[in-house]
Structure formats: structure tokens, C-alpha cells
Write a protein that binds this ligand. Structure first.
Ligand code: SF4
Ligand code: SF4
Length: 371
């Protein structure tokens, strides 16, 4: 089975400022091309696109293809679960929104040290075990953005899970926060298959800064079909033995065309390509200031509707180029709170899978753009 999975967190939009305005017609074309090329794995979640991704999956996929012809993964929004009754309520809502009778893969979404106690208290693992017994979930697992020690603790307590979904990419492999490499080793130790998320780190590894891009271009000079930086990042994780699926959040047909082209007859990385990755990593580590992956979990909880990841994108750009782009800031802040309007409630930091000191960076950003 092919390893590439279609992540539906960054679908094409009709209005770039409205995450709910999914371009269904384009998504249908992307779905058709994905399936025509022999790929079958789709991944959605309750909060994606402000709770409309699951509906889009129903329209583009579940209503148009026989159920047995594709694999669908969905995730329980454990951050919103406040009692044991919420589990069946959310799950049934998700089945209805996706227009299916069962999920092939079902996960507890973003389990980490902070949420683990509540997940146990409200019977989260018990719930997914039960839906598996009932045939409503074929495989059960959880997605995870915390440290390797916590992962080891959870997998020891829950040997019943079939797989884990981890953030793995070459930049985070030795990272102190995401700990991609250590988490991968823990999953291996427990004999769990891995689904990879964020293989291009929210697009960071798809658009390399100039110095890294020069290394990339030099390496592939003279190639008949030149690969893209995203392809290098995705092939890096797909080359790991224990990886079952690699999710890519594709936003248009050209990205899908590119990803499916090299993942159709997948070639693992060569030793020379691994060496290239080491050099690119060294360059990136010098330049990336905030490790934001644009997952937008923080914007869902921010009472001031601050466009946190968009502002961080501008701050990262400033760190690399030294240039401010006021035009973008004006556009973002037109429909969102300004960075200086942060009330320091800390809710964003409680949910951020990358453990970013959001309040500090917003202050820095406000000084730069509003000061
Ligand atoms: S700390 Fe600031 S940015 Fe974070 S959720 Fe609260 S108001 Fe929003
Ligand atoms: S700041 Fe954290 S939660 Fe917000 S988009 Fe970035 S990585 Fe996601």
C-alpha cells in the first residue's frame, strides 16, 4: 500500500481569510487525482477548517466513492471533552459529518502530558477500545506532540493501541521540543506503527531560505526532472522502516501532483541526499526563530481572535530577511486582533503542540510592527 496520506487540514480556500470557505470543487478534483494514482488514505479531524473539514471529506470522498475503496482517519477532540458522555456525542457527530459508518483509523487527538490525566479520567482509551470492539473503528491510536518520556509512559499504560501519529521531520529529528527521533524510537520499542504528521513542518521545509535553496539547487543540478524541497522532506520520513503513512496537508492540485509523482514509485533517500539534508538542517537551525507549524490550534482558543501563526510567519521572515511586511500585517489585523491586544490569558500556550512562548513572541512582534 502506498505511504502518502491526504491531510485535510490545509484544503484549498475560496477566501484566504476564511478557513471555512473550502473550495469543494477543487478538493473533489484533488481527491479524484489522488485516488486515480493509487493512494487511498485520508486524514481529517474535528477542529480542522473550523469544524468543516469532515463535511468536505463527506462531499468530496465519502459520497462519491465506495466505502471499501478508501481509508479514513478521524480524531476525537479530547481538549473539548469535559465528561465521559462527550466521547460518544462527538464520535457520533463525526460519523454523521463524514457520512460513514466506521473509521479505518481513529485517534485521540493531541494527547500529551497535560491532557493525559483528563483523558484517563473521562475514559478516553476505554472509549476507543470499545468502538474498536464494535467495529466502528478498525485501528485505534493517538496523535502526540510531546516528549519521548511521556510517549513511553502512555504506550506502556496502553499496549492496546495499534499505532501512533507523530510529528516527524528532518528539522525536528534531534529537536529538544518535538523530539521526532526519540519519539520514533519509542514507538519502535513498543512495536507500534507510525503515521507521520508535519513532514514538511507546516511548509517550512517546502520553502527553504536562499542559502539552503542554493545547496539544494547545486545538489540536483543537471537532473532531468528536478525534485522539490517538499519531496526531499517527505521522502526523508517515508524512508523510515516503521512508518506506515506520511500525511501531507495539500492545498492545491499542483502540490498534489508533485507529492503523488514521487510517492507513486517511492525511492528511499540515498546516502548523498542524507548528507544534503544535514547541510540544509544546519542552515535552517541558524535562521528559524519560532518553530510554529501553522496548525492554528491556538487561534481556536484565543478570546481576542489574534492571528498568531500569521504574525509568527512575519516574525520568522523578518529574522531571515530583516524586512518588515506591513501590507500583510494590515491585512491580517483587519479581521483579527492585533498582537498588542493579547490579554495574556495563556490559553494558546496551553494548547500549542510546539510549546511556543506565544505571549513573549507576540510582545516582540507588537513592538516591531506596532511600536
Ligand atoms: S495569551 Fe494572548 S494570544 Fe494567547 S489566547 Fe490569550 S489573548 Fe490570545
Ligand atoms: S503557535 Fe503553536 S498552536 Fe499556534 S499555529 Fe503555531 S504551532 Fe500551532
Amino acid at each position: 500500500m502506498k505511504k502518502l496520506g491526504f491531510g485535510t487540514m490545509r484544503l484549498p480556500l475560496l477566501d484566504a481569510n476564511d478557513p471555512k470557505s473550502i473550495d469543494i470543487e477543487q478538493f473533489k478534483k484533488m481527491t479524484d487525482m489522488f485516488i486515480e494514482r493509487g493512494f487511498i488514505y485520508f486524514d481529517t479531524a474535528y477542529p480542522y477548517h473550523e469544524e468543516t473539514s469532515e463535511i468536505a471529506v463527506r462531499e468530496a470522498l465519502a459520497k462519491r466513492y465506495p466505502r471499501e475503496s478508501f481509508l479514513l482517519a478521524d480524531k476525537m477532540p479530547i481538549s473539548r471533552v469535559k465528561s465521559a458522555d462527550d466521547y460518544p456525542r462527538f464520535f457520533n457527530e463525526q460519523l454523521a459529518k463524514c457520512g460513514v459508518e466506521y473509521f479505518d483509523y481513529y485517534l485521540l487527538h493531541n494527547v500529551g502530558r497535560d491532557r493525559y490525566a483528563d483523558t484517563e479520567k473521562f475514559g478516553g482509551f476505554e472509549f476507543i477500545r470499545k468502538i474498536k470492539e464494535e467495529g466502528k473503528a478498525k485501528n485505534i491510536g493517538f496523535s502526540f506532540h510531546d516528549d519521548a518520556e511521556t510517549l513511553d509512559m502512555i504506550l506502556t499504560a496502553h499496549p492496546e493501541v495499534d499505532f501512533v501519529q507523530l510529528q516527524i521531520n528532518y528539522l525536528d529529528w534531534d529537536g529538544a521540543v518535538a523530539q521526532s527521533g526519540k519519539c520514533y524510537e519509542v514507538a519502535l520499542k513498543h512495536g507500534k506503527k507510525v503515521t507521520v504528521m508535519e513532514p514538511v513542518k507546516g511548509g517550512t521545509l517546502a520553502k527553504l531560505p536562499e542559502e539552503a535553496m542554493n545547496l539544494f539547487n547545486e545538489f540536483y543540478m543537471g537532473e532531468e526532472v528536478k525534485p522539490t524541497p517538499a519531496s526531499l522532506a517527505i521522502r526523508y520520513v517515508a524512508s523510515l522502516d516503521n512508518v506506515r503513512f506520511v500525511l501531507s496537508g495539500m492545498s492545491d492540485l499542483s502540490q498534489l501532483e508533485d507529492n503523488t509523482s514521487y510517492m507513486q514509485d517511492f525511492e528511499p533517500l540515498t546516502d548523498d541526499e542524507r548528507e544534503l539534508i544535514n547541510k540544509i538542517t544546519a542552515v535552517l537551525k541558524k535562521t528559524i526563530k519560532i518553530p510554529c507549524t501553522n496548525c492554528r490550534y491556538c487561534t481556536e482558543v484565543c478570546p481576542m481572535n489574534i492571528a498568531i501563526p500569521d504574525y509568527f510567519g512575519l516574525l520568522n521572515l523578518y529574522a531571515v530577511t530583516g524586512q518588515k511586511t506591513g501590507m500583510y500585517y494590515n491585512r491580517y489585523s483587519m479581521n483579527h486582533g492585533k498582537a498588542s491586544e493579547c490579554i495574556h490569558c495563556g490559553q494558546c500556550e496551553g494548547i500549542c503542540p510546539q510549546h511556543i512562548a506565544i505571549r513573549d513572541y507576540l510582545e516582540e512582534f507588537a513592538e516591531l510592527y506596532e511600536g
